[in-house]
Design a protein around this ligand. Sequence first.
Ligand code: TYD
Ligand code: MG
Length: 455
Amino acid sequence: MAKTKTTFICQNCGSVFTRWQGKCEACGEWNTIVEESDTNGIGGGPLRSKRKGRPAALMPLSGETEEAPRIVSGIAELDRVTGGGFVRGSALLVGGDPGIGKSTLLMQAAAALARGGHKVIYVSGEEAVAQVRLRAQRLKAADTSVQLMAETNIEDILATLGQDKRPDLVIIDSIQTVWTDMAESAPGTVTQVRAGSQALIRYAKSSGAAVILVGHVTKEGQIAGPRVVEHMVDAVLYFEGEGGHHYRILRTVKNRFGPTDEIGVFEMSDIGLREVQNPSELFLGERNEQAPGAAVFAGMEGTRPVLVEIQALVAPSTLGTPRRSVLGWDQPRLAMVLAVLEAHCGVRLGQHDVYLNVAGGYRIQEPAADLAVAAALVSSLSGQPLPTDCVYFGEISLSGSVRPVAHAGQRLKEAEKLGFRQSVLPSASADLPRNREVAAHEIESLPHLVARVAG
Ligand code: TYD
Ligand code: MG
């Protein structure tokens, strides 16, 4: 019998320790280290192969190539995020908070693929078959050829999949529920999650099926255990949403076969997820006209323009250290814009609380939002509402100059489509459309913007 060794593994980052400790030295998280007994060296113990290595063929870098064969779901918002469909023989992780709609999304994808003539197997370790059927009925997916399996043991799952004549897509819902006989740890621990993922990824490569692993994120925002899975799979998608809002965003975090800056937007309804083809309309839907402190940012998500409202509230502070609160944007980036406003434009905000919010719970990752943020801040401070038909974009440098950003033309076209008639953007912006209906006010530096807004 193999000797059982006990190791302590951080459930956040997967680091292995010989003793328990309160804080993981590798990732800095508290209370994430859990004892796992390890019989097969899965947790990092030494392994020794019984067979001698065989030399493999060495290949030149040039030679025949081929496009990764893909399985297209026909759900445009999903196919865009995967980079044109699920890739055969690859493994993909879909992460997200419990209850966000991962099972719903994947059941809809499974049904769409089955309708397209693909063979789909849905392995549910979280819910009983009856429960999955009930959801399928609600999603009008019950009449498709999707096959169900309520199983959590990885050996049993692989044996069942092996029986089947080559499924095109296998969904494992969720990776935290699967367990292998080879390790003694409880399901959901790093050892089990890693062993299960390894086996399923190997299955994907050898069978040519696309395998989708569902992973829950814990309250602290980590995929419990599966942070280690992120490194193993070919692609990682996150399904996100804000409490109180019905829309959901599917975001690529990693993709070996496509771009990583695409998003897919959905709306949760009582019959499942509905695709949102024009996210700008959704994000601008709740707009409060004429209020000071609101600026519309013309942003880009991958290949697609997205317009969102940025709201700022600047108010005199009673605190020794004024409050800086940001939702949906980067805190250090806000600090930078505030510092530039103070240093180069004489806008004093040191005695003011500053609240910044991106409407609808949306999250912006582009520095191009700097100019819109600055406009919202100055507007709130001065009490002057910004024109409601105007969009803003541009990056601000520490010297106070406004730098051009990519895709200016596409941003303006989207603004025009949604009825905007003016824009404030960096001078020397490239590829502006010639016959445009949106006036372009080009500015070179932040003081020009302040003069425009407050003047
Ligand atoms: P679910 O897909 O089970 O989430 P996850 O797998 O990420 O844990 O979705 C759960 C939520 O979605 C639940 O609160 C109910 C809601 N929902 C709808 O609003 N409409 C629907 O058609 C379905 C199936 C679920
Ligand atoms: Mg689920």
